[in-house]
Design a protein around this ligand. Sequence first.
Ligand SMILES: [Zn+2]
Length: 111
Amino acid sequence: MKELFREQDITRVSYYKAVLEERGIPTMIRNEYLTFSGLTEIPIPEFFPALCVLNDEHYVEAVAIIREHLTANQGNADMEITCISCGETNPGNFEICWSCGNPVSGDKPPM
Ligand SMILES: [Zn+2]
């Protein structure tokens, strides 16, 4: 099992779970129970719901699908941010790197 991303907003996590399962990738949400218990009122990322693929070999495909959706929804596919920590490219609306989990801030073009 491998974690794809985590986010405080359970509705977005659930959305991507549905998207991936539609493509035949089995997933599970970690910390889902904590969300409904209200513990995520405390903004500690450790307790955020996390979307995971059950089989590690689906990880790369799952990340690609999520990125595809993000760019499709954003409509600014050519605006990408390069993570200053690991060098991966992230969609322009990402604040946290999908790959290493560090903030991607640093070279965001001014609006
Ligand atoms: Zn990174």
